[in-house]
Design a protein around this ligand. Structure first.
Ligand SMILES: Cc1cc2nc3c(=O)[nH]c(=O)nc-3n(C[C@H](O)[C@H](O)[C@H](O)COP(=O)(O)O)c2cc1C
Length: 151
């Protein structure tokens, strides 16, 4: 098992954290998965692992709906502003709730970060709308597609 995956997670009520844990379990034996909380992440963390996954819920950060979780927003705007992903293979996980007009739009912001910092998304993003509990199969199926796209 040589593939290493690093996930940078922003999660306030634990949904994104839960999705990342389910993903990690589903890849057991196929990849080693490390996780870093966005609030603790530093620029060098973006270079860790063969593949980087950015995972965030959608928030009304700054009073506007459809934004990144405040911790990811802060990380991108400040500490990671000058990060160069140097062609790194990346993937995106976004959560949201259908009660909001800009449902799960965090995904667009994460993809924009990857593209504008020199990374490459290896597969379609994973989008989880509403509570993730009961949506484990969707996460596992995405995990299999994600692995197939990079191995
Ligand atoms: C203050 C607040 C603002 C939110 N704004 C949005 C939004 O604009 N769009 C959306 O799809 N979901 C929105 N949500 C829902 C969250 O994205 C959703 O509950 C997500 O699963 C939370 O993930 P987390 O527990 O990992 O932070 C919002 C939730 C809160 C508490």
């Amino acid at each position: 098992m040589s593939l290493s995956v690093h996930i940078i997670i922003a999660s306030s009520s634990g949904h994104t954290q839960y999705v990342s844990e389910v993903l990690k379990q589903s890849m057991e034996g196929k990849a080693t998965v490390e996780m870093t909380r966005a609030e603790q992440a530093e620029p060098e963390d973006f270079a860790r692992g063969d593949v980087l996954i950015l995972a965030s819920g959608t928030w009304n950060t700054g009073g506007i709906e459809g934004q990144l979780n405040p911790h990811m927003h802060d990380l991108f705007l400040k500490r990671a502003a000058a990060v160069d992903l140097k062609g790194k293979t990346c993937a995106v996980i976004a959560l949201g709730d259908e009660r909001y007009h800009y449902t799960a739009r965090a995904g667009e912001h994460l993809s924009t970060f990857v593209a504008s910092h020199g990374g490459k998304e290896c597969c379609e993003k994973l989008t989880i709308v509403n509570e993730p509990y009961g949506q484990e199969d969707t996460v596992k199926k995405w995990g299999a597609k994600f692995l197939a796209s990079i191995t």
